[in-house]
Structures are given as C-alpha cells and as structure tokens.
Design a protein around this ligand. Structure first.
Ligand code: B3K
Ligand code: ZN
Length: 891
C-alpha cells in the first residue's frame, strides 16, 4: 500500500479553468466527453498535465483538437501525464464507463434504475480523466442525455440553461454552475423522480427555488426535509450573514448511498434515510437527524464549497467547522422551541447528545491503531479518514476557539476568513490565522490541537484551606502516546469551572489578586503541564464542578466519592455536568458489578445509586428530555472502552443486573412517569413532545427489563395502539431488548406491517440483532439470527443501509453477543468483511473498523480476533481501504 504524506503537497503545474462535460447515459456503456480548458500555473516549475483516472476505458484524447500522439502521454498507476506546450491548451477526452456494474457507489453508479454520482473524495476520476484534487477549481457546463422514459429528470449543479428532445426516445438537459468548484463537488442525477418545491426570498431579496426530489411514492415524506432546509437557510443568514448564492438549491434522496449525504454545489445528494419522514415511519430521533444533516450539507455551501480545502489533509477545515455550525443550529432550534425558560436545558440536551457521540466513537478512535490528529499527517486511503476525529473532535476544536475568543471574536474571525479566502482552496492554518488576526490573539500553541493525536487526560486536585477561605485547584494534563507520536507537548485547554456551596448554590468566583468577583463559571486556560489557581473569599468548602459544558475534548479525572457524585447529580447548576455526574456514578456501579461477576460474587446494585436516580426522575423542575438523558445508563459500547481488559460477557451480565434493579426497584416512579408523560393529540415533531416520548420509552425499557408485568403490558398496549413510529418502535424495542416472548411476537407483527418499507425494515433488522438474551444458557446466540437474516428477502448486501442496520448494529451495538467466547462471531465478521470488500470497499472498511480496538480485550478474545484479522489481511486483492485498517490494527 502507498502512503501519502501531508508534507508532500505541491501545487500542480497545470490547472483547469473550465470544464465542458457531455454525459450520454447508458446502463453499461455511458460515454463521457469532456473538454478541459487547461492553464499553466505560473508559480510552479513546468511539468505535464496530471490526469487521474480509474476503472474506465479511455477512448480518445485530443490536444487542441488533434488526437494526441502517444509520445505525449505517459500512463502511470492511477492516471496519465500529458505533455502540453505554451500557457493554455484545450484537452478533450472521451471515456466509457459502466455504471450498472459499479458496486462501489463511488463515481457514477445506478440505484433503482436511476443514475447518481458520488465524487468526494476521489470519485470524479472514475467518471473521466481529470486533475481530481480539491485545489483545482473550475467552471462546469454539463450536458446530460438519457432515455426519457427511464430517466425523465436530469439534474446537475447550478442553473438549467437548456433542455429538449432527442431521437430514439432520448432527451437532454444542460446545466451551468456559475461558481468555480473542485471536481469532488460535481454531481449528476438522472432518474424517475418527483419533487416538492418552495420559492423563497433570501435576505438580499433574491428569489430562490428550493426542491426536494424523491421517488414518486415518497412525496408525502418530504415536508420535514424542506422545512429543515428553509430553517437552515434563515439561520445562516441570521447567525453568520451568509446567503444562498444560487437561484436553485436541490436535495435528492437516493436509496443506495455509502454515507449520510453529500454537499455537491446546489445539488445535495442524500441517503434517503436523512430525507424521508412521516410520523408513522420515522421516529423523533430520525426527525432530529434529518434536520441536522440537511443543515450540515446546506452550511457546507459556504464552509466547504465557497471556501474549500487545498488538499484532503485539511478535511477538518470544512468538516469540523460545518459540524460545529450544525450543532449550533440544532441547539438554537431546540432553544427556540423550548421558549425562554427552557432554553438553557434544551441546549444542554443537544450538548449531551453530541458529547455522547464524541466520547463513544472519537475517544475510542484516539485509543486505538487509527488514532490521528484532526489534521492527519498521512493516509493510505482518504476515505478511511472521514472519521469521528476529523468531524466530531474537529468540531470540538472549533468550539474551543469559540470559547477562547468569545462569540464576537469568533464571528469577526469568520468574517475575515471569507473576506480573504472566498473562492479559494485553503488550509487549516489559513483559518486559524484569520481567528488570530481578527482578535489579536496568539494561537500558536492552540495549533497543537491540529497536529497531536490522542485524548488529553486532565487530572484535577483541590485543596480547601479552611482558615483562609481559599480553594486551591491544581490541574495537570497528560497526552498519551499514539501511533507515530510517542511524545507530546502540553496543549491549550479551556476548562470551565464552577464551585458549589453545601446548599447546592454556585459560589461567586474571585481569583487571588483580582479586585472583583467574575461570575460563577470561569474559563481557566490550562497551557502548562501543571497549573494552580487560587479562589478566595469562600465562606465554606466548595464542591468543584469542572469542565462545565464539556469545554474541551478531554478525559477529566477527579477523585469524587459516591456522595459527591450524587450531590452534583442533584445540584450542579450546569446541566451538562449534572448529567455527567450521574453518568460517572452509573459507570462506577456497572463496572464494579462486572468485576464482582468476574470474581464469582453476588451482584448487588447499591441502594444509594437507585435513590439518586429516583430523585432525578422525580425532579419536576427538570424537563423530560433532560430527565431521559440523566436516567439512562451510559451505553454499553462506551463502558466497554472504559473497561480494561474489556470483557463483554461480564459487562453484559452487569448491565442486565443494573437494568433489572433500576426497573424493579423504581417501578413505582417509572409507572407514574409513564402515566404523567403521555402526549395527547396528533403527532407533531416538537422537541417538548419528543422529550416526553423519550422518557416514556425509557420507562418501558426499564420496566420490562425489571420484569415488571404492568410494564410489559403497557409496552404491549403502546406497541399495538401507537399512532406514530416513535411510540410504536419504543415499545417494541423495550420488549425485544429484554428478550421477551412479547418482543418476538411483536417483531412478526412489525414485519407484516412494514415489510414494503425499506427504511422501516432497517429498524427491524437493527433492533433484533441488538437484542440481549434473557437466559444465554437456554437461548440460541443472536449470531445465529444475524446469520439467518442475511438470507432474508428484505436484506441485501449491496445496500449500505441494510449492511449498517444488520451487521453494523450487531458488530458495534451488541458486544455481549458479538464477542462470543468461542470466537464464532469473529469468524463470521471476517467472512463478511471479505465478502463486502469485493463489492464495496468503503462499506467493508467501516465494518472492518469494528474490531480495531481488539487489543483492549481480555487475552482469550485477543487470540481469536488476531487470527481473523490475519485472515482478512492475507486475502488476495484486498482493497486499500480494508488493507489500511487491518494492517494498522495488526501493526
Ligand atoms: N462531505 C461528505 C462526506 C463524503 C465522504 C466521502 N467518503 C458529507 C459531509 O460531510 O457532509
Ligand atoms: Zn460535512
């Protein structure tokens, strides 16, 4: 495998000013004719035009109209070098591609009879030969021809400038994109689709046309995506002064798609699951995800498209920033819906959701063989680097800038960024330089967040000097070694701190030497290996509340006893930390039970813990969404990473015990909560209602786990009479997760109701493979069910959503069943990875990653996993995608 290094970047000697594309679509022999206006780059040493190309047939290449002599063309691995003379040249290329057999879903491919493209990161080179790099920005004019019957709708980026009939039942459309763009933002759609459309006036008074394109039967599921798009448009105008720059903006839903969605200029292509929603088919969580993905892709129009990345190492420049923007947007939407009083809590609920993702996926990534800085130093396959680190940690890095510079400072930095770099392909340094210049702040040390991998550990120690009324807080930081980075320098870590008095109230904070009190939450800037702060004038010993709002992506270590955690669970004024205190408490309880199990001891859930949960659950001053988060146990996948060595079987036993104790021990309050939180009236997607439904579904989950018969019957009734998917699926999940007979029957009913609905079938697959066995000695392992579902009519290995639902959910979401002591789960895993890799390396690679942290497991499991990793690694013809993952895992 070839490794590409960040330091090797060099601009190309030739770039492309304009592209004229003619694409004659045909299932097996699509003809692509492209004419490139090539321009010599005056600042670069002379050299040939570099054209990347893969998996297609080169039919013809002309230079300034004449067929190029073979002496001018050098074929090299992955493309061509073409000798050009002078400063400008017109290069025309004809290629043939076969979309019907393109199972990679990268480049031009077919889905349900239609044609779609996916070009990020390097898919354009599978359509035509091109200098397929993000630093080559060109103007595109595109003519598409296709069979009118099969593909009545022909779309590409920008504006429609011409269309009409052709012979033989074909027709054409011509599109022109007024903005220069890198090839990864090119898109084409040709299919049988219908659309929902709206006209809107932008902030400067321009009329724009918004469209959501879907297959005919799905028009009644497009409204939410459209509303989300309109809200995104308005938010970017208000929050950042950024306006839609095109006359037309389109979203297209496609059933076969490798990831979530793609921000192609003016023509966003979406995985159907992030577009389609109707109350009876989509849950509250689906509605929320759709809103944020629509927003994310829309926001890329400025952060990503108008200003793009110079090279793929800079990916976080657009992704971290755009995730930060979509997170802020969602928080604002939730706060708006909650009204003034509930706004802070609503924002915290969003923050908690985001941090859960970060701590589960990104912290795990940082602790394994794929650990990399948000700006990686090298890669073998760029598609492997669309990671939680680049996206989620990248967003945390932007959030820290926002915290350090303040809202105004941050905003002036962004304004400067657009004023300097609009229309350019730039680097992360360019971005941070703008932040520094706009605010006058030195951000040199901050740049370490871009170059050092790993999750910093911040250790806190407090000392109370009773006689002086002083609290001395010492913070130290340590960044563990990661592959290729044995030693690290201290980073700049903003730590938001509050001190709580014995009555649970925040104390006013003043540092020694300060003349005034500066509020009740202060941001400490930890930049050294160890630093100390002295808080003065305190009337009594405080309880520290550190890293409020999760002000930095670090692991915080602090010695707190159970009482202290329960106290903060009940009193911390920072809702994030209130939740976090409960999670720390729960983690302690579950992991100590797992240890008890390993030592053959009896499992007892401490009454004090149950009481703490009871108080939270009964606290009516807390809104429902927050209570649902605060009373939920940490995810099993997260806890497994916290357990060393990781033993999924004993963790599962402990989880079962805690679930059961929380259900049975708190049955009265769960039943009351279930009753009190009922939502009446027709379904609407509203965060307030969603919070109540979430809390009710959580109640069912615990009650069923606790074997509370009234809970089981409530769940049965809710499943039967639910008027929306959130309630229907929540009840079914409660029954299935605990391995009840009612759950098994429910799955049958659910199947017969929704068998024709692909997206709902994904839920059906995912749920049953995540189920826990009630009695493992009596029941067949879930693995048997996963294996047999591979042959189910509704399943398909070539549809990524199906693979993620069935295999992804099992490998990642059901560790207690996947990691069977006899290793049979791993052999199954290896077979699937090898099978998938032959058709779709990107999907295979994602599945391969589910075992990368194998060295954290107990030794007997490690041996089994290693032999399967080795089996995959030695497979002939392995893709660079999977080979990079297993190679690094075994290194
Ligand atoms: N930029 C795309 C991701 C492309 C992934 C390519 N393997 C979606 C997004 O982040 O918005
Ligand atoms: Zn993105």
């Amino acid at each position: 495998p070839v490794t590409i290094h960040r330091g090797d970047y060099a601009p190309l000697p030739w770039t492309v000013e304009a592209v004229e594309l003619r694409i004659e679509l045909d299932p097996t022999a699509t003809r692509v004719s492209s004419t490139l206006t090539c321009v010599r780059n005056p600042n670069v040493e002379a050299g040939p035009l570099r054209l990347f190309g893969e998996s297609m047939e080169l039919v013809e290449l002309r230079i300034d109209g004449l067929v190029a002599s073979t002496t001018r063309i050098t074929h090299e691995h992955g493309g061509l070098l073409v000798q050009l003379d002078g400063d400008r040249a017109e290069v025309s290329i004809v290629t043939h591609v076969d979309p019907s057999s393109n199972t990679t879903l990268s480049g031009l491919y077919m889905s349900r009879g239609g044609y779609f493209t996916q070009c990020e990161a390097e898919g354009f080179r599978r359509i035509t030969y091109f200098p397929d790099r993000p630093d080559v920005m060109s103007r595109y004019r595109v003519t598409i021809t296709a069979d009118r019957e099969a593909c009545p709708v022909l779309l590409s980026n920008g504006n429609l400038i011409d269309s009409g009939e052709l012979d033989d039942g074909r027709h054409f459309a011509q599109w022109e994109d007024p903005f220069p763009k890198p090839s990864y933002l090119f898109a084409l759609v040709a299919a049988k689709l219908v659309c929902l459309e709206r006209k809107l006036e932008t902030m400067s008074g321009r009329e724009v046309l918004l469209q959501v394109w879907v297959e005919e039967g799905n028009l009644d599921r497009t409204e939410h995506a459209m509303d989300s798009l309109i809200r995104s448009l308005r938010w970017d105008e208000q929050a950042f002064g950024l306006e839609l720059d095109l006359d037309r903006f389109m979203i297209v839903a496609v059933s076969d798609f490798n990831m979530g969605a793609m921000e192609n200029k003016g023509l966003n292509i979406f995985n159907a699951k992030f577009v389609l929603a109707r109350p009876d088919t989509a849950t509250d969580v689906d509605y929320e995800r759709i809103e944020s993905v629509v927003a994310h892709e829309y926001f890329h129009n400025w952060t990503g498209n108008r200003v793009t990345c110079r090279d793929w190492f800079q990916l976080t420049l657009k992704e971290g920033l755009t995730v930060f923007r979509d997170q802020q947007f969602s928080a604002d939407m939730l706060a708006e819906a909650a009204g003034e009083e509930g706004a802070a809590s609503a924002r915290a609920v969003k923050r908690i959701d985001d941090v859960k993702v970060l701590r589960t996926s990104q912290f795990a990534e940082d602790a394994g063989p794929m650990a990399h800085p948000i700006r990686p130093e090298s890669y073998q396959e760029i598609n492997n680097f669309y990671t939680a680190t680049v996206y989620e940690k990248g967003a945390e890095v932007i959030r820290m800038l926002h915290t350090l510079l303040g809202h105004e400072g941050f905003r002036s930095g962004i304004d400067l960024y657009f004023s300097y770099h609009d229309g350019q392909a730039v680097t992360c340094d360019d971005f941070v330089d703008c932040m520094a210049e706009a605010t006058g702040r030195d951000l040199e040390q901050f740049m370490l967040w871009y170059s050092q991998a790993g999750t910093p550990i911040v250790r806190a120690n407090g000392k109370w000097l009773a006689g002086d009324g002083i609290y001395v807080l010492t913070l130290s930081q340590h960044l563990p070694p990661t592959p290729g980075q044995p030693e690290k320098a201290p980073q700049l870590i903003p730590v938001a701190v509050g001190l709580i008095d014995p009555d649970g109230m925040d104390m006013p904070l003043r540092f020694e030497g300060e003349s005034h009190v500066g509020g009740t939450t202060r941001v400490l800037e930890l930049g050294e290996t160890e630093q100390t702060w002295r808080f003065v004038d305190l009337p009594s010993a405080p309880v520290p509340s550190l890293l409020r709002g999760f002000s930095a992506p670090v692991r915080l270590e602090l010695d707190e006893d159970d009482e202290c955690l329960a106290f903060r669970m009940a009193n911390d004024s920072d809702p994030f930390n209130r939740w976090d205190a409960g999670q720390r408490y729960a983690e302690r309880v579950v992991l100590s039970l797992a240890e008890s199990h390993e030592h053959g001891k009896l499992l007892e859930v401490p009454a004090a813990f149950l009481n703490a949960v009871r108080s939270t659950l009964c606290d009516d001053s807390l809104d429902a969404a927050f209570r649902a988060q605060a009373c939920a146990l940490p995810g099993e996948t997260y806890l497994l990473e916290r357990m060393r060595p990781a033993d999924p079987t004993s963790l599962r036993v402990a989880m079962q015990a805690v679930f059961a104790a929380m259900g049975a021990g708190l049955a009265d309050v769960w039943l009351r909560t279930y009753h009190d939180m009922e939502v009446n009236g027709a379904y609407r997607y509203h965060p307030g209602d969603a919070g109540r439904r979430a809390l009710r579904n959580l109640a069912l989950r615990y009650l069923v786990a606790g074997g509370v018969s009234e809970g089981v019957s409530r769940a049965g009734t809710q499943f039967e009479y639910a008027s929306n998917m959130t309630e229907c699926f929540g009840a079914l999940a409660a029954l299935v997760m605990s391995g009840t007979n009612e759950g098994r029957d429910g799955l049958e009913v659910f199947y017969s109701r929704y068998r024709d609905d692909a997206l709902v079938m994904d839920k059906w697959f995912a749920l049953q493979v995540m189920a826990w066995r009630r009695d493992p000695s009596e029941e067949a392992p879930v693995l048997d069910r996963v294996a047999s579902l591979l042959g189910h009519d509704a399943f398909s290995m070539s549809n990524p959503n199906k693979v993620y639902a069935l295999l992804g959910s099992f490998f990642r979401g059901n560790p207690g069943e996947f990691h069977l002591p006899d290793g049979s789960g791993y052999a199954f895993w290896a077979d699937r990875v090898i099978e998938l890799d032959r058709a779709n390396p990107q999907v295979a690679s994602r599945m391969a990653r589910t075992l990368e942290n194998w060295r954290h497991f107990a030794p007997h499991l490690q041996d089994e996993i290693r032999s399967q990793l080795e089996r995959v690694a030695s497979t002939d013809g392995l893709s660079p995608d999977v080979s990079e993952i297993v190679g690094k895992a075994l290194a």
